[in-house]
Design a protein around this ligand. Structure first.
Ligand SMILES: Cc1cc2nc3c(=O)[nH]c(=O)nc-3n(C[C@H](O)[C@H](O)[C@H](O)COP(=O)(O)O)c2cc1C
Length: 295
């Protein structure tokens, strides 16, 4: 099976009570990105519509598990055939459908700014406020997300997002994922914390795996661009190479083009950024460029 392509593995046509149902089992090999990952999808179609869908993938089952993705999907297929033949109306009423979730209506902002520092009035908050002010000055709607104020569980690596395009957890990340999908520009403001980003930002980054999975399932590419502002206590631009690696990996994972970064070193006390000559102008200038480039 070619990597990434959805292939039909089996098809059945069932005629019951004057209606025709097509039961289609497909497999998608994501082994090029995830060694050994196969996503199986079982769909029932009738009258040109998908009326039921179940999806499972090989990463959900540890090697020691007595069940496997292929066994589970086959068992589900046999069960649905039996139900459709015996009582199709009950099948339609009781079927729990596992569909790709459409984003709900949420207030959308063109520019989404993540403030990753736990200090609510620290240097990154100042950077975020300058970025927001510049976006609003050019009539773009912008929202600053203070990640430390949110309740977001860490990713547990269950890989169920590869079945539905959504995370199994319903918490503050649900809204964040929707906001990301609506935004056109993603701005990250982060301090260097022990040669990486602070914990709450890292948790948000890892939970974006669900967005990556949704893109893998739907083939949607984002067309968004990303901008990074960072501050470090130590002197020297080399302090930011760790941040660039993390943020570039994050943005690329969700198909966002990292276009620009602006770094401020040698800053430790709250508000020190305000004493840096031209800091605000550098932030506003980077924002102006990315807002102009957006297409
Ligand atoms: C837990 C912690 C770890 C830090 N680790 C680093 C580091 O590895 N390298 C560095 O240059 N600065 C480090 N710093 C300093 C911060 O990057 C610096 O104080 C920054 O200005 C904080 O940004 P904020 O005001 O937005 O919170 C650390 C600070 C804290 C609290």
């Amino acid at each position: 099976m070619t990597a990434g392509e959805e292939k039909i593995l089996s098809e059945k046509v069932i005629n019951a009570l004057g209606r025709t149902y097509h039961l289609v089992l497909t497999g998608r090999d994501l082994g090029d990105r995830y060694p050994g990952m196969m996503i199986y999808t079982l769909q029932v179609m009738s009258g040109g519509e998908v009326i039921a869908r179940f999806r499972t993938n090989t990463y959900e089952y540890p090697p020691s598990s007595p069940i496997s993705a292929s066994g589970v999907i086959q068992a589900r297929s046999d069960e649905w055939v039996k139900e459709l033949l015996s009582d199709p109306s009950r099948f339609l009423q009781s079927r729990e459908r596992m569909m790709i979730r459409e984003p709900d209506d949420v207030p959308s902002h063109e520019v989404l700014i993540f403030q990753g520092s736990p200090r609510p009035a620290g240097n990154c908050s100042v950077l975020a406020s300058w970025a927001q002010a510049e976006a609003e000055r050019t009539d773009s709607s912008a929202r600053v997300v203070y990640l430390d104020d949110l309740a977001i569980r860490a990713c547990i690596g269950c890989y169920q997002c590869y079945n539905t395009g959504a995370c199994i957890f319903e918490d503050d990340m649900t809204g964040i994922l929707r906001s990301i999908s609506h935004a056109r520009i993603i701005v990250i403001c982060t301090p260097v914390f022990t040669n990486t980003v602070p914990g709450s930002l890292k948790i948000m980054i890892d939970r974006c795996q669900a967005y990556h999975a949704e893109q893998a399932l739907t083939g949607k590419k984002s067309g968004k661009t990303g901008l990074l502002f960072s501050v470090a206590g130590r002197q020297g631009q080399e302090n930011f190479s760790c941040i660039t690696r993390v943020i570039d990996a994050f943005l690329k994972n969700i198909h966002i083009k990292p276009v620009r970064s602006v770094f401020f070193d040698d800053l430790d006390r709250i508000g020190d950024i305000r004493n840096i000559p031209y800091a605000e102008e550098k932030v506003r200038d980077a924002m102006r460029k990315i807002l102009r480039e957006r297409g």
